[in-house]
Each structure stands twice: as C-alpha cells, then as structure tokens.
Design a protein around this ligand. Structure first.
Ligand SMILES: Cc1ncc(COP(=O)(O)O)c(C=O)c1O
Length: 456
C-alpha cells in the first residue's frame, strides 16, 4: 500500500518561524502585506458585502464570446497558445495595446512597449530597474495601496506628496524636489495615478499635468504614470495623459487590461524609452520569462472582433449608475461630519470621517455587520489616513451598494454617538473634516486638510 502524501500544516508554528528566521533576506523585514489581499480573504465569505476590492464586474463579459474565442484558439492555435512566448510579448498584443493607448490620444512606438503580468508587475519592474535600498521614490498621499508593498520590498524611501481635489499638489512636489536636490539626493521616480486615482478618485488638473512634466524634465526625474482607469470616464472632458504631454521622454507609462477587459487574464504593459526598456526586459526575464501566451491569444482574438470599445462603453454605463447610487447612499447614511470625493471616473470614492474615528477599528466593527472597505492607512507609508476609507462601487450591485453604505453608516453613527457621550459634543457639530467656513456643499469634496499632520 502506498503512503498517503505528506500534508503540511496550514499554519506556521513558533518553532517553524525560528527555524527560518535566520534565513530571511534583509528586504523581508520591510515587506508589507497588501491590505486588499488580506481583506479579500475575509471578504470571500458570500454574506459579506465588499466595498473593499477594486474588482471590475466580470459578470458583464459575455460568456458566449469568451467560449467562442477560447474554442477558436484551441482549434486554430493550440500549440502556439500553449507555448512560451517572447519576454516583450507578442507583436499582436502590443498592437492591441497601441489601440487602447490611441483611444486616449497616445501614439507610442511598438518597440517601446513590453507586455507584463498585470499592471502590478509593471510597477514591480520599474522598481526592480531603478530602486536601490534607501533611494527616494515620490508618490501621492494617498497612493495606490497595492504599490506600497512593492515600494517596501525594494526598500525605497517613499516620500508622499499631498493631494487635493485636483490631484497631486505639484507646488508641494516642487518643494520636495528642491529639498532632495539640496540634499544631493536624486529621486528615482515619481509614481502617479493622475486620472481617477486609486484610492482617492481624484484627477490631476491640466495645469498641474503640464507643470508636473515640466518639473520632471527640469529635474531629469522619471514619472511613472499608472493609468488603469483613464477610459472609464462617466462625466467631464478627457485630459491628456502625462505620457502624451511629455512625449515619452521622462514619462514611463503603465497600463493594464484588468479594468477594461479582465484582471483574470493578468495582462498589463509598460512603455519606456529604449535604455530603460532594455533593463526592464532583463528584469522580467528573471521574474517570469514571459507573460501568459494563452491570455495574449485571447486578447488578440477579442480585439480582432473590434468590439472592445463597445464593451468599455457598457461598463461605463453600469459603473456610472453605481457611482451615483453610492453618492446618494453616502448622502443618506454618512454623518454630516464626513466628506467624500465625487469621482468623474474610475472605481473608487474616498471618504474621510471625523479625526476621532479610526477606520481600522471601524472595519473590525463593520465586518461583524458583514460589510468591508479599505481603511485609509493602507494608502500611506507613515500611518496617516487613519480616519479615511476607500469605497469601491464597481464590483457590487446597486442594492449591495445601498445596503453596504447603510451598514457602514450605522457603525459610524455608533462611534459618533459614543464620542459625543464621552465628550459632550453635539450631533452634527463640525468636530473635524468639514470646517465651519466651508461653503455649502463643501463636504462633498474631500478636503485632505488633515494630511499635513503626519509631516512629509
Ligand atoms: C493604480 C493601479 N495600478 C495597478 C493596478 C494593478 O492592476 P493589475 O495588476 O490587475 O493590472 C491596480 C489595480 O487595482 C491599480 O489600481
């Protein structure tokens, strides 16, 4: 009789940890878990309404189209689709990428494009190529929570620049760049999500975009423009991407099919000038040799149908309605001391509560009511964001949004009441967040004022 395979214990014991502790690389000390990944484990319970993820609604993709394309690939190109591919990605995939970028007015050279395993790998490869331990990397405050663990794992010295309703404060950036220069330190790159930012939902104004690329050229600093959401616009006029304004000299562009097609296919890309691209390709070779050939075939087939823009248009209709439902629900269920953004696109709303509410603690309470959000601290490297939260409206139905926001509103109301009982403050008094001098309706716009608290 054969022995059953040895099963490993699910959890590490203290002894296990001790045995491995001496082996861990230095960088593992500063590695951080992505708050969203942790949360996804908790929110996998079907009864939980998760406003935490950044999930596109993949149920909107027609299963018949998916089946037909995969069948076609199996019948016509099975051997190639199951084979390794070039590290840079197939030329046909890069043509699809050029089409997507063309829809936002960009015309890169196909040679400057590399297909990556999601946009996440593109961020990783930029860091791998540029960042030594201790190197300054500048980003927005708040920044994409999924970028924080990447920056940490390369031991970057992350400097966050304040953000308001017009995106990154470029005047602050100028000050930071000046200070670094005076100290003889060269930032390796500025990471920005200028359009419908994750997590704040804000968009960098045209004037600031122009100034940002000017500053990048003047200081000879690379800007990594991460733009997963640019095509998901629900109102207002499109603004030129930084890449278009700069012409690709200092701006490295990061894109993804995740939010306009599917995150499951894990296809993203980076566009960089040749000297940088050469190193990025070497970095990718070492990481995973090539991006999935099978899903590159899928994208090629899908784009051949020439219906991808129709699909994006259908997503826009669905997400616009969900955003509006969330804004209405926030108005109805959040206390008057709260403030939140009104994004013109993308997948997220950022809400800020009175200072005395810790959204990490609030999440624990909210999970007991089977609802989840991302606590704001995940978007900062220095502990700021403690009374803010990121709310997603794309991966949940309109009814779930109403119910989820109602439940969060209830747990906030408990906290407000508790605070008022303990301190004698009156309900609705502007404890924090909204300031009494604000014009009517100012609570609709996230002030970001308290972000100065944490210093740099
Ligand atoms: C700003 C930003 N960059 C990168 C990513 C990573 O996307 P993916 O790896 O699925 O392409 C995301 C995902 O939410 C994002 O919001």
């Amino acid at each position: 009789m054969t022995e059953p395979p040895h099963r490993r214990r699910a959890h590490s014991t203290t002894r296990d940890l001790e045995r491995y502790a001496g082996l861990f690389a230095e960088r593992t000390r500063v590695m951080r878990s992505s708050a969203m990944r942790d949360l996804m484990a908790v929110t996998a319970r079907p009864e939980v309404i998760s406003l935490a993820g950044g999930l596109p609604d993949t149920s909107t993709f027609p299963p018949g189209t998916f089946a037909a394309q995969m069948t076609k690939i199996a019948q016509e190109s099975a051997a190639q689709a199951l084979q390794y591919g070039p590290t840079e990605g197939f030329e046909e995939t890069r043509d699809c990428i050029l089409e997507v970028m063309g829809a936002e007015g960009m015309l890169p050279d196909s040679e400057d494009v590399i297909v990556t395993t999601g946009g996440q790998q593109a961020i990783d490869l930029v860091c791998k190529t540029l960042v030594d331990p201790g190197d300054p990397v500048i980003c927005e405050a708040p920044t994409y929570p999924g970028a924080v663990p990447v920056f940490s794992s390369y031991q970057a010295d992350v400097i966050q620049v304040e953000t308001d309703e017009d995106g990154m404060r470029v005047d602050e950036l100028e000050r930071v760049l000046g200070e670094l220069e005076a100290a003889g330190r060269r930032p390796k790159f500025i990471y920005s999500v200028p359009t419908f930012q994750n997590p704040a939902g804000v968009t960098l104004s045209l004037q600031r975009r122009r100034r940002l690329v000017e500053l990048a050229a003047h200081h000879e600093v690379i800007v990594a423009e991460d733009n997963p959401y640019g095509l998901l616009r629900y109102g207002g006029d499109p603004l030129p991407p930084l890449y278009q304004l700069d012409g690709g000299d200092y701006v490295v562009y990061l894109g993804t099919f995740s939010k306009i097609l599917s995150p499951g296919i894990r296809l993203g890309w980076a566009v960089a000038p040749p000297p940088l691209m050469e190193k990025i390709v070497l970095g990718k070779q070492a990481s995973d040799l090539c991006t999935s050939t099978l899903t590159q075939y899928f994208v090629r087939e899908y784009f051949a149908e020439r219906r991808w823009r129709e699909y994006v248009a259908s997503l826009i209709d669905i997400y616009r309605a969900r955003r509006d439902v969330m804004l209405e629900a926030l108005e109805a269920h959040f206390p008057p001391q709260a403030a939140w953004t009104r994004p013109e696109g993308g997948l997220f709303i950022w809400a800020t509560l009175p200072d005395y509410i810790d959204t990490g603690d609030l999440l624990a309470r909210a999970l007991r009511e089977d609802v989840a959000f991302v606590p704001g601290q995940a978007a900062f490297v220095d502990g700021r964001g403690g009374s803010s939260m990121r709310l997603n409206f794309s991966g949940v139905t309109e009814d779930e949004i109403r119910e989820g926001v109602r439940r969060i509103g209830e747990v906030i109301a408990e906290q407000v009441e508790l605070f008022e009982t303990l301190t004698g403050h009156e309900v609705g008094s502007p404890v924090a967040g909204r300031q009494s001098a604000d014009p009517p309706g100012a609570a609709d716009v996230l002030p970001f004022r308290r972000s100065a608290r944490g210093g740099r």
